[in-house]
Design a protein around this ligand. Structure first.
Ligand code: SF4
Length: 187
């Protein structure tokens, strides 16, 4: 079973699922990861003041699981606004938030697929919240993104089943920020 977090990691670098699933390495508990967990707890307290919450029911830390997709995940916030179910993924510490990076988008699409399968309702859009910058980005969940997410799920499964060792990240600058650099070194 693949976690939505791993869609993000694969989009960042396809080699990460190899370290995590095949060699079963754990990333060190860095300051950034610890700060992220604390931030997620704090953000829920603040979130009710956000405009997108108006007239919506909201839940947080929503555990989602789909046998059909081979996917699971813990969604930061799920909004129910009239007929719409809206997944919300909270990020912090991102430098450039004018355009969300693809890895953040594909993680949100993964949650959207899970919400659709679990609740049997179509997700039209979701939000990425860049919390420490007070920025909210709406992402339309279209068929192209759905297909891309499913293709990444299948790629991750292939890496795990065939113990296939993928190439390094396209942009080598990513390696210095990578949780698995201690094992990989980007070579
Ligand atoms: S160190 Fe670089 S090549 Fe290795 S897993 Fe991380 S991003 Fe990918």
């Amino acid at each position: 079973m693949i976690d939505c977090e791993e869609l993000r990691q694969y989009a960042y670098c396809p080699r990460i699922p190899y370290w995590h699933h095949v060699l079963r390495l754990q990333p060190p508990s860095t300051f950034k990861i610890r700060r992220g967990k604390k931030f997620h707890q704090e953000i829920w307290k603040k979130a009710r003041r956000w405009k997108i919450f108006e007239n919506c029911k909201a839940d947080h830390g929503v555990l989602l699981y789909s046998e059909k997709l081979g996917l699971k995940g813990k969604l930061d916030i799920l909004l129910e606004c009239e007929e719409n179910l809206i997944p919300v993924e909270v990020k912090y510490g991102s430098k450039n938030v004018s355009i969300p990076v693809f890895s953040h988008i594909i993680q949100l699409v993964g949650y959207s697929l899970l919400v659709e399968d679990v609740f049997k309702r179509k997700v039209r859009y979701g939000f990425i919240v860049y919390a420490d910058r007070n920025k909210l980005v709406k992402i339309s969940i279209d068929e192209k993104l759905r297909r891309k997410a499913i293709s990444i799920i299948n790629e991750v499964k292939k890496i795990i089943e065939k113990e296939y060792f993928p190439a390094v990240a396209e942009r080598r600058g990513k390696c210095s920020q990578c949780e698995y650099f201690y094992a990989c070194k980007g070579v």
